[in-house]
Design a protein around this ligand. Structure first.
Ligand code: ZN
Length: 438
């Protein structure tokens, strides 16, 4: 029993230092497309068996087209005396994503149409993109912008929008069945630590974990540029989507906020599993209903697909002050929160993999437990694995082929492991047999 417990705890500790991996990935200039994404996936690929997919610019995917690939080499705003005031080399947030090239001398008034600041947070650089805007822009602190009082400035963006590709990564760990769990994160944000990088590193460690285990379910991990990456994957994998039994989008998992879980559109086992693990693990959390805004769950849960996919996060996008600013940095994400997020998801995956359905061999009335030594087993606790008499009674009552162990644990309001232990006892006593949900 103790050995089982300690190995469970060990298996919920990541095999790599998650914060170190965030730090390694942080400087790269990711966007919807381009070498920042490729470099990110190359680093992830040192830890897992990652397939890299390149989808050419212009390829139609569902109602969209893969955009041009964006490359940026340098960008700056300088005074006419040659002083560099804003430099992409200092912080990649300084340039709006997908900015087209520009080389000009502009009045401050003209430049102001291309400058983004945060008046409420004057010392932070905002993160802005203009993927489909055919525009250019700079992001800087409001404090600096107020100090820039000269009449004219020289601006330079050495960038390129060209026929290239959209890049995404995929790890598939096969299971003993054809059924799959889909787990995804975004890879399109530049130097932001919680939004994107926390999801990337937790997912990398989970893929490493699952690759070392034998599981009933297969696990498919997707590293996707937001929206268009998910659409491209859905478009290319439509014939196999019925294999997906459970799904999770992972984001913002390194901050100190309580957990937030956004339910799938249609209601699914994964919704129950995450809520169960958070509740019985004693983690402060909030369950949010589905809404058609947020991360890629809105693509996976769109009406033509309606997959059983929810979204797990700690801080919710748009609600914490560091969100989409230069304050979402390496200090904002903490090793202990990354590790805790990993542990929670590992437990959810274990639960989904071990969930099972049983049916009573003779379902008429309550079986006589004493005659089978079951009261003694429960009193002994050791062999019972923590199951109580009530757990056993719940199991024997709900083992009708229509309730899974998770259903029973929720109904009994006890941890899943106790119903699992009760099932072991009942199996050994010849009272139940495995079944499948109708
Ligand atoms: Zn974001």
């Amino acid at each position: 029993m103790l050995d089982t417990l300690s190995s469970a705890v060990l298996s919920r500790t990541p095999a790599i230092d998650l914060h170190d991996l965030v730090s390694e990935l942080f400087p790269l200039n990711r966007s919807l497309t381009g070498d920042g994404v490729r470099q990110t996936l190359a680093i992830v690929g040192r830890h897992v068996d990652l397939a890299i997919h390149e989808v050419p610019s212009g390829t139609p995917v569902l109602d969209w087209h893969i955009p041009a690939e964006w490359t940026i080499r340098s960008a700056s705003i300088s005074s006419m005396s040659g002083q560099r005031l804003v430099d992409f080399a200092d912080n990649n947030l300084h340039v709006m994503g997908y900015s087209k090239p520009v080389q000009a001398v502009l009045s401050r008034a003209e430049l102001s149409k291309h400058v983004h600041t945060l008046t409420d947070q004057p010392d932070l650089i905002p993160y802005r993109t203009g993927y489909y805007a055919d525009d250019w822009g700079f992001c800087l602190t409001d404090r600096l912008w107020r100090q820039m009082t000269e009449d004219v400035y020289r601006v330079e963006i050495d960038s390129e929008l060209s026929q290239g590709a959209l890049t995404y990564g995929e790890v598939f760990v096969p299971g003993q069945t054809q059924q799959e769990v889909l787990i995804t994160c975004h890879v399109c944000h530049p130097s932001l630590a919680n939004d994107n990088l926390s999801g990337i590193v937790v997912m990398t460690a989970l893929a490493m974990r699952q690759a070392r285990r034998t599981s009933r379910l297969g696990y498919r991990f997707l590293f996707l540029p937001a929206t268009i990456g998910a659409l491209a994957w859905l478009d290319r994998n439509e014939p196999n989507l019925d294999r997906i039994q459970h799904g999770l989008v992972l984001t913002c998992l390194g901050d100190s906020s309580a957990f937030h879980y956004k339910q799938s559109r249609k209601g699914a086992t994964v919704d129950c599993a995450v809520a169960h693990v958070l509740k019985h693990g004693g983690y402060p959390h909030e369950i949010l209903p589905f809404s058609p805004y947020g991360y890629d769950e809105r693509q996976f849960c769109s009406p033509g697909f309606d997959l059983p996919v929810g979204c797990l996060m700690r801080g919710v996008h748009g609600t914490f002050p560091e969100y989409h600013t230069s304050a979402d940095n390496l200090d904002f994400v903490k090793p202990e929160y990354l590790d805790q997020s990993y542990a929670v998801i590992a437990e959810v995956l274990d639960l989904l993999d071990r969930d099972a359905v049983y049916v009573r061999i003779d379902g008429r009335g309550e079986p006589q437990l004493g005659r089978r030594g079951l009261y003694r087993a429960i009193a002994g606790q050791r062999e019972a694995g923590g199951a109580t008499q009530m757990d056993l009674l719940w199991l024997l009552n709900l083992a009708d082929g229509e309730h899974s162990l998770l259903d029973m644990a929720i109904r009994a309001d006890v941890p899943f492991a106790r119903l699992e232990a009760a099932a072991r006892l009942a199996l050994e006593a010849g009272l139940i047999k495995p079944s499948v949900l109708p």
